[in-house]
Design a protein around this ligand. Structure first.
Ligand SMILES: [Zn+2]
Length: 399
């Protein structure tokens, strides 16, 4: 037996009495079938209602193909005579979003010839997918037109017609349904076949605000908020803007240029730091080179530089071995530390071989060419690694 859907004719009905016809199992959950209901089951893009039968909680409502409405409940009721109460805050929100969608879709259709392919009423926002791409200006035009209809507070009527009559009325979207059709008639603006719940006058929507748009499957996906959700969205934006403004000590309108100034300053500072690092690396390199020890006519720099990263070490080593007769082994920091080995063109030392020997003995990894090698992952005290380096270099230069 089909369930009599009270919301078809009275979407403002919040409480009702009904008789329990059967209790069934639906996907492992308890489901009630009643002779009549005001609970809306998920369909046509609109989510289900929740609520109570006395102290039995309705957690989901499902539309069956055979015309029954299944009320998924947290437990079976103790009587067959039930009094249902719908969570009206949730339902009215759905009515605002859903009626807003009819008007926004009609505005896109009438003003721009953009047709709605699908509609989704989400938990936080809703979307309509339109069959072509739209510019910001076009979206604003449809948004203006939709709000004009809201503020004119037009009547939203429910009409029942047969399919032949529906065809002669010119619906926004042709319906494939046979038999009796339920039409939602936004006075003088839109006529659509729909089984959902809608407000009685457009003024109850309050406002329709487009929150964003993106390209989607060759068309556009427009996200929008109606009524209470538009207010909540405005508050959220206002809070973000207020917090950002306080952080930067500017008003809302000055936020974009203030952020641009910060970005430019950050970029300039990073460049300055880079320049300072390069100059500091040169000075460090010169000081090390001037103090170098001489081993078999090679001027040798073996040093721990805990304040320098791999890039800094490379810059310093490169500067040292610009001088003929020089070789350098540098360990940076912090642990695990980078290591660099380099030598001038005229020094007969294989930097790659030396580095591999050092990491084999002390841990870490790396490699390179005879004139330059680098590695990392040195966890042993740099003093031990550098002592090994001195010993190996002395042996290599003697042989
Ligand atoms: Zn509808």
């Amino acid at each position: 037996m089909k369930t009599d859907r009270l919301y078809y004719t009275d979407p403002y009905l919040r409480e009702f009495d009904a008789t329990l016809l059967e209790t069934v199992s639906h996907e492992g959950r308890t489901a009630l079938v009643l002779d009549r209901t005001a609970f809306y089951p998920t369909s046509g893009g609109q989510p289900y209602d929740v609520g109570f039968f006395h102290d039995v909680r309705v957690v989901d409502v499902v539309d069956e193909d055979d015309g029954r409405v299944l009320h998924i409940v947290d437990r079976a009721p103790s009587t067959t005579t039930l009094h249902g109460v719908i969570d009206w805050t949730r339902r009215f929100d759905h009515m605002q979003q859903h009626t807003g969608q009819h008007i926004l879709s009609a505005a896109f259709d009438r003003a721009l010839g953009a047709r709605t392919e699908s509609f989704h009423l989400g938990v936080e926002s809703s979307t309509i997918d339109l069959n072509r791409e739209l510019t910001e200006a076009e979206i604003a035009r449809a948004e203006d037109e939709a709000n004009r209809i809201v503020w004119e507070d037009r009547e939203v009527r429910i009409r029942f017609v047969d399919s032949a009559e529906a065809a002669s009325l010119g619906l926004r979207k042709e319906s494939k349904r046979e038999g009796a059709l339920r039409l939602i008639d936004v006075d003088g603006f839109d006529l659509s076949a729909c089984g959902g719940t809608h407000v009685a006058r457009t003024g109850a929507i309050g406002i329709i605000a487009v929150a964003g748009a993106e390209r989607f499957r060759g068309g556009s996906r427009v996200t929008f908020l109606c009524g209470g959700r538009a207010l909540a969205g405005y508050r959220a934006l206002r809070d973000v803007v207020d917090r950002s403004g306080r952080t930067l000590s500017v008003g809302a309108a000055e936020l974009p240029p203030a952020i641009e100034r910060l970005q430019t300053e950050g970029k300039d500072l990073r460049k300055q730091i880079k320049d300072f690092q390069a100059r500091l690396a040169s000075q460090e390199a010169d000081a090390l080179a001037d103090a170098a020890a001489t081993v078999d006519s090679v001027r040798l720099v073996v040093a721990a530089l805990p304040g320098w990263d791999a890039n800094g070490l490379k810059t310093i080593a490169a500067r040292i071995v610009e001088r003929p007769g020089y070789a350098a082994v540098l360990v940076g920091g912090p642990s695990p530390a980078p290591i660099v080995v380099a030598r001038a063109q005229d020094v007969a030392l294989d930097s790659g071989a030396l580095l591999r020997t050092l990491v084999e003995r002390h841990g870490g990894k790396g490699g390179g060419r005879p004139e330059f090698a680098q590695g990392g992952g040195i966890t042993e005290p740099s003093g031990d690694v550098l002592q090994s380096a001195r010993t190996f270099i002395a042996e290599l230069l003697k042989s």
